[in-house]
Ligand binder design. Structure first.
Ligand SMILES: [Zn+2]
Ligand SMILES: [Zn+2]
Length: 104
């Protein structure tokens, strides 16, 4: 999609509004149309581009939020496994002490 409308340098009826005037090839629909219709299509084109841009922005925001969420999940998982390791070591130590207690 380009925003350059090629002027044809011919005077003829516009394909859309049928007004006899200078015509252009619209970069939005490739129709041979007048300046007024080109302007209207330019607005449509801008809206479409804006919609695409907003969609991309939303997708990007969602992705970055999701990647942040995954990072948090990963960190909490690391924390949980770290706690489990400490707990296991503590239990081992306690069991050893108990067994020592039993032996003595
Ligand atoms: Zn057009
Ligand atoms: Zn027209």
């Amino acid at each position: 999609m380009t925003t350059n409308h090629k002027p044809l340098s011919i005077i003829a009826k516009c394909a859309l509004c049928s007004i006899k005037t200078e015509l252009f090839v619209c970069s939005h629909c490739d129709e041979v149309i007048c300046q007024k219709c080109v302007d209207k299509h330019q607005l449509k084109l801008n809206e479409t581009l804006k919609e695409h841009w907003n969609l991309c922005k939303t997708k990007f925001d969602n992705l970055s939020r999701l990647s942040g969420f995954i990072k948090i999940r990963k960190n909490s998982f690391v924390n949980v496994s770290f706690c489990l390791q400490i707990f296991t070591i503590k239990m081992r130590v306690m069991l050893k002490m108990k067994s020592i207690e039993y032996v003595y």
